[in-house]
Structure formats: C-alpha cells, structure tokens
Design a protein around this ligand. Sequence first.
Ligand code: CTP
Length: 422
Amino acid sequence: MRRVSTEDLRERVRRIPGIERLLPALDGLPPVYLVGGAVRDLLLGERSLDIDLAVEGDARSAARELARRLDGDVVGHDRFGTATVHAPDLRVDLAMTRKERYPRPGALPEVEPATLAEDLARRDFSINAMAIALHGDELGHLHDPFGGVRDLTAGIVRVLHERSFVDDPTRLLRALRYETRLGFQLDPETERLAREAAARSLLRLVSGPRVRDELLPLLEEIELIPRALRRMRELGIDRSLHPALTADPQLAADAALAANVVGASRRLSALAALLARDPEGAREWLDELALRAPERDAVERAARRGRQLATLLGIGELRPSQIYELLAPEPPEALAVALALGAPQRAIADYVNRLRHVRLEISGRDLVAAGVPESPLIGQALRAVLRMKLDGRVSGRDEELAAALAEVRLAEEAAGRGGDAK
Ligand code: CTP
C-alpha cells in the first residue's frame, strides 16, 4: 500500500456512494469522522459500502438533524449512543465518540462520552483504529495514533494494548477474519496474547450470539476457510470456544465445497463440520449460538448424521430406493458433511439430481376413487409404490395404480381384514 496524502484521501472520500449528499448535510454539526472498516478499505483502495461515523458530541441529536436534512428517518439506537439514519439511497450509522470499561472479561462494556483519541484507543486493532475527518476544512485528515497505516502497509494485525483479547475475546475471531480476508498476519506479541487468551478459554465467557456473529462470516468464503480454521486450531481458538469443537481445515473446506453441490448453506455445513467429531458434546454450545430453529436443526443433524450417512452409503451397492430413504429425511447440510467425510459421490449425486425429484403419477385421491377407504394405509401404499418406481419396478400411471392397490390388499390381509377393499 503506498502512502496516501490528505488530498488523495479527500478524493477517495468524495467517491463514496451518497457522500455528495452527506457532506453538506454535516455542516454545523459537531465534528464527524469516518471510522472503522470504511477507513481501512479506503486506505487499501477498496470500495467501502458501510458508512460508520463517529460524532464528537451528542450522536443522537446529530442523527435527528441529519435525518431532517436528508429527508430520512432515524432508526434504532442502543445504550452505546448509536443511531442509524436511513435516507433515500443512503444509510449512515452514527455513534458518539466514547471510551469503554469492561466490568469483566467477555461482558459488554460500560461506555461514557470521550474524545476521538479515546474512542480510537478502545478499538480492536491498529488497522481499525483510524478515523478520517469529514467536517469543514478538516475533510480528508487522517487520525492514525497507533500506526494503522504502517500495519496496513506491512500486512499486520496488532492489538492496541495487552488486555484487548481479555476485554473482548470476540477479537480472537475478528483477528482470524482479518488475517484470512486481508491475507495479513498477527504480529508476534499479538499472537502471544491471542494464544494466552485462547488457553484461558475466554471465549466461553462471551454470549452465544456474539460468538455466532463473528464466527459465521469466517465460514462463508470457501477459499478462506482452510486458512481460518488452520489458524483457529494453531492458536487453540476452537478449544477455547468449546472443548468438543475441532477445527479440521480440510473437513470444513470440503463440507463448504460440497454444500455448493447439494444446495446446502456453506457456512452451516462448515459449522457442522466443526462439530462432527463430537456432536453430542457440542450440542449445548450450538444451542447457545441462538441460530434460527431450522438452521440450528440442520447443523445439529448434519453434525450427527453426516458420519453415519457416509458409512451407510459406503457399505456397498444400494438400491435407489434405499439411497432415497436414507437421504430424504436429511437437510442438505447433512449430505454436504457426508460427502466431506467420504460418502460415495455417485449415490449423493444420483439422489440430488434425480431421486429426490421423482414423483408418482397417482395420488391418494386415485386410491379413494378406486374404493380404498381413507386411512394411513393409503400413505403407506403410496410410499411403497414410490420405492418401486425409484427402483424401476413400475412405470406409468396404470402400473402405479395396480401396484398401490396390491399393496393395500396385502396390508389389509396382513391386518386380518382381507376382503374389505372393493
Ligand atoms: N470494533 C472493536 N472491537 C470489536 C468490534 C468492533 O474495536 N469487538 C471496532 C473496530 O474499530 C471496527 C469497528 O468497531 O473497525 C466496526 O466494527 P465492524 O463493523 O464489526 O467491523 P469493520 O471493521 O467495519 O469490519 P468489516 O469490514 O470486516 O465488517
């Protein structure tokens, strides 16, 4: 990264989408700075989509005034003094510059208003602890008290002080994110602190949803998964999350890759791969993440059933109906994990591309019309005929109907009620 002048930065700021409306609307408000990832991205010459602003003063009243000037609304605010302005084609997050005190490791911080310098000093890494002024003549002026530009240039992730990971252990996961996404490296002292925090299992003190929000983005991009998980294991971060987790870079990457083939979610498949060695042991941890119920169930089932499916499908030549019966109750993520664990590709591809789409030409109504009384027998007979169809033993409507009626008769005879069906 080459050195960027204030002139350059001003130009780059002016290219942020929507900024031409934002800058004049800031006139007369307390000093306002672009902060966080947007500054990093601008310095790296990348497009930044988020506009995160720090206001040296009352951010909420600044947000109200900004919304009025931009014809927008203020939505949401929290105890950290933040607010979001939604205006036509423009979304801006504002927060008051603040300092933080962590009552105990992993807890949310207590905050109070502070200067920009103090606000930058509470942040995670030097590359995220920079601000670009947006007000008046200051426009484009970079505040970089911790050598963020130097570290961006050298490709280094560096904490600002030695308690950083203790105060906020989610920073362990964020460090992995920046290492992998930006291709950076932890500086040696930061790595030592990260290993120490991981060894103390500090991530166990953080609420599940906060862990989830930092963990899942690590599992989203296939190219990044192997490095993220390798580092997770090297630094002991997997065990720090929960002793039952195993970051197996190859397995997680294979599961994410297989997810694309079977139509599963990449990140949920990779998450299931993390749990696959000891799904029972990690169940409670998974619950704490508070995923939506269907997502949670898919991960749990994929972690639990993936290995069994791989074994069962690998036993020998199975009939299509047997493959169907094994796989139909499973979420696609279980298929992805099974593939990653070595399940035969041919069987799963056949299920995904063909078997799961097979439908009968008849329905229960046809059996009722043929005189079968409504009962669970109808469902059973239809399922039996579907199996026959999958195995190529019946084809066409007439054969399906005849086979279904034969099934009903057989079942009735078995139940000792032969002769009831007309
Ligand atoms: N931050 C922090 N500690 C955290 C989370 C966030 O210090 N645990 C600070 C960092 O300065 C970060 C900013 O808050 O840059 C915004 O956080 P977030 O939006 O999560 O990250 P970005 O840096 O915007 O990164 P990304 O582009 O990866 O979303």
